[in-house]
Design a protein around this ligand. Structure first.
Ligand SMILES: NC(=O)c1ccc[n+]([C@@H]2O[C@H](COP(=O)([O-])OP(=O)(O)OC[C@H]3O[C@@H](n4cnc5c(N)ncnc54)[C@H](O)[C@@H]3O)[C@@H](O)[C@H]2O)c1
Length: 376
């Protein structure tokens, strides 16, 4: 196990705070963790950076992220800036000999994601992505149920991710509406369900996809409106390499949905249901139950579902979103120590990016597209 980790942080919004909370909590939640030093953070201007450093507990702050990357006290750089900056920041950090924990997606352009994966391989450093939803105790339990064959041969997978933060047509234009952030719902949302598909079932072989832009323009600060450049909705049929047929639906404009990632896995001997909005629960239906008692049972997360017990000794009390980041941080540290880790590294992340770019191409060309994964 490494003895000390100096942390650098770039971007202190939603995810930057989540990374910070995770770095602070990991040594309390999990045993035998290295000492963590919050060394240096970067924001867009010096005042904001200083304020956030005080609030978050970082020793130093800067308005120039390159200073964080160059800091000899920094071992791992948490990158929580908007998507368009990921390639430049990640590659600079890896070239400076730092490990990287970068938020998803890797990059708006596939060629940049490829460059990032190449830089990670060349550096020999640990480079992982912020795919927190694979980390919940419930999701790990689903992995185990599938590995044990609890629901038999898988007949079909359906997976959906919906939120409503863009459901209001009058919601303000911001960076996620700019084409330079990516396609929209595909690389903002679809990558999350695809991370789950990747750990539960493996790679996607072919896709057919349609995207939609429900609200073509939005108000901008200072008055007027600006044309939206990204798609809030995407729907896809997928065939997995294992032969499983699957559907994917994602929307950022689904009123009432707050953090839904709904999964239905239908097998020859039963069904597994999961919804991220109730992520301390797994629903299981087994044909092995007596005929008169068949129905979905609710399995509440409990200490027997790793790593729940590291947080709370009592079953059914529930973890929260930030706990997923703490688990992800723990997995990153395990990977740093050379141990097996449940993590999406840059090579696995590149295959997720390859799939969403195939989906975007399918939308443009109105046809099925084979996802050109390299040989396994
Ligand atoms: N894993 C998840 O569940 C999840 C959830 C939300 C967002 N994300 C990802 O996290 C990343 C950040 O999203 P967010 O929602 O935290 O955005 P945000 O807008 O809340 O925060 C981004 C921060 O980065 C700062 N920033 C921008 N350019 C910078 C620069 N050049 N140097 C330093 N700081 C800079 C901004 O000032 C802002 O504070 C995105 O890639 C997004 O896709 C992941």
């Amino acid at each position: 196990m490494v003895a000390n980790i100096g942390v650098g942080l770039i971007g202190t919004g939603f995810m930057g705070k989540c990374h910070t909370l995770a770095w602070k909590a990991v040594g309390t939640v999990f045993p035998d963790m290295p000492a963590i030093t919050l060394a240096h953070l970067a924001e867009v201007d010096a005042d904001l950076a200083r304020r956030r450093a005080d609030e978050f507990g970082f020793a130093r702050s800067t308005a120039d992220w390159r200073t964080v990357v160059a800091d000899p006290q920094v071992d791992v750089v948490s990158i929580a800036a908007p998507n368009e900056f990921h390639p430049e920041m990640v590659i600079a950090a890896l070239e400076a000999g730092k490990h990287v924990w970068c938020e998803k997606p890797m990059a708006p352009a596939f060629a940049d994601a490829e460059r990032m994966a190449r830089a990670a391989r060349a550096s020999g450093k640990v480079a992982v992505l912020g795919y927190n939803y694979i980390q919940s105790p419930a999701m790990r339990h689903i992995s185990r149920l599938l590995a044990d064959g609890a629901i038999g041969t898988i007949a079909q997978l359906r997976i959906e991710m919906d939120e409503d933060f863009m459901a209001d047509p009058e919601a303000m234009f911001f960076w996620k509406h700019e084409a330079r952030s990516g396609y929209g719902a595909l690389d903002d949302f679809a990558v999350h369900p695809l991370s789950i598909v990747s750990v539960l079932f493996g790679r996607v072989a072919r896709v057919v996809c349609d995207m939609a832009m429900p609200y073509p323009d939005r108000p901008v600060h200072g008055g007027g409106r600006r044309a939206v450049e990204t798609h809030d909705i995407a729907s896809a049929l997928m065939q997995l390499e294992s032969g499983i047929p699957a559907t994917l639906q994602v929307s950022r404009s689904a009123w009432g949905r707050k953090g839904r990632i709904a999964i239905q896995i239908f097998g020859s001997k039963g069904t597994i249901l999961f919804d991220q909005e109730r992520f301390n629960e797994v629903q299981l239906y087994l044909t092995a139950d007596p005929a008169g008692e068949q129905g979905f049972r609710t399995i509440l997360s409990a200490p027997r579902h790793e790593p729940y017990g590291h947080f709370i000794p009592a079953p059914g009390h529930g973890l929260g979103f930030n706990d997923l980041k703490t688990i992800e941080c723990h997995e990153l540290i395990m990977r740093l120590s050379g141990a097996d880790a449940r993590i999406i590294d840059f090579d696995a992340g590149l295959e997720i990016e390859r799939t969403v770019h195939a989906m975007a191409r399918s939308h443009a060309e109105r046809r099925w597209i084979d996802v050109a994964h390299p040989a396994a």
